[in-house]
Design a protein around this ligand. Structure first.
Ligand SMILES: C[S@@+](CC[C@H](N)C(=O)[O-])C[C@H]1O[C@@H](n2cnc3c(N)ncnc32)[C@H](O)[C@@H]1O
Length: 280
């Protein structure tokens, strides 16, 4: 699939995820939840786990930080929370849908750069640039230089995201930069690591929840819709199924046989919080 098509489907996926998540499960964020011991990994608890994720990040923001650039701010709920805590927050995000939401939420409290981080044009420098599950979307060969150019001397970069530790299974969980390559680039970059915390175990349950929702809700609903169309217009249904047969086969393999559980996540990814200081 061409990169632009991939990007469009990913952004539409995030939009649908936000509409369903907010409408049905009170979810304000587009990131994973952080499942602390004792919290039942159930979709109805996901808003609590997402809140724990925010608290975890907030607890690791260095004390001197006053201004933050929130890269890939999503629907803006986390940026707004930072504003309410007294930080000066600007956002950068390429998606029209999300930018509308974040502008409404911030109500002019911060600047919203409506573009990819790679295309940002500003002379502003921040105490901290943060990536909450947005790091993986940005070109790994460029992201550290771009971040460094936006941070004041002695300022910070915070990354909370997952990385690949194994080559992706064809029908397995996608996403994340290669961890080894990231560590190599970080070592050569103008950043020193202050904190490197592994939260894979506390984030893996998100995949079990998604896997369960797919198998117990989305697939049975799709089957029922198929039966409905079959009863109304079997010929058109046959035509559609034939036209999209490859995509249907791929989706069936991905969601029914694919390795997409929490265990698979923990075996192929590592979810980390990095707090780094810009040196030199
Ligand atoms: C998984 S969401 C995380 C959203 C938000 N940070 C949160 O924690 O809820 C990833 C975000 O990265 C944004 N994004 C994707 N590519 C980007 C890029 N090249 N530059 C900046 N943001 C990007 C997406 O539009 C989305 O807002």
């Amino acid at each position: 699939m061409k990169e632009s098509k991939k990007t469009i489907s990913r952004e539409i996926g995030l939009e649908i995820g936000h509409i369903v998540g907010k409408g049905m499960f009170k979810l304000d964020h587009l990131h994973y939840g952080l499942w602390k011991k004792g919290l039942d990994p159930d979709i109805l608890n996901l808003h609590i786990a997402q809140d724990e994720y925010c608290k975890f990040i907030i607890a690791h923001i260095p004390a001197e930080v006053k201004s933050i650039l929130d890269v890939g701010c999503g629907a803006g709920a986390f940026s707004k929370r930072l504003v309410d805590l007294g930080y000066n927050v600007d956002c950068v995000c390429p998606t029209e849908y999300q930018n509308k939401l974040v502008e409404e939420l911030l109500g002019g409290a911060g600047e919203v750069f409506k573009c990819k981080l790679e295309d940002i044009q500003t002379d502003k420098k921040y105490d901290m640039v943060q990536f909450c599950e947005s790091f993986q979307y940005i070109d790994l060969d460029r992201v550290l230089d771009i971040a460094a150019s936006l941070i004041k001397p002695g300022g910070y970069m915070l990354i909370c995201d997952f990385f690949k530790t194994q080559p992706a299974d064809k029908y397995g969980i996608k996403g994340g930069h290669k961890f080894d390559k990231f560590m190599e680039l970080l070592e050569k970059s103008p950043f020193e690591i202050l904190e490197n915390i592994d939260i894979t175990e506390q984030t893996a349950p998100n995949m079990d929840i998604l896997d369960c929702a797919t198998k117990e809700v989305m697939i049975p609903v799709a089957d029922a819709v198929e039966r409905f169309f079959k009863s109304r217009n079997p010929f058109i249904l046959k035509l559609i199924k034939w036209k999209y047969r490859k995509k249907i086969e791929k989706a069936q393999k991905k969601y029914l046989q694919g390795k997409r559980t929490g265990k698979d996540f923990a075996e192929s990814k590592t979810y980390r919080l990095f707090v780094c200081r810009k040196t030199g």
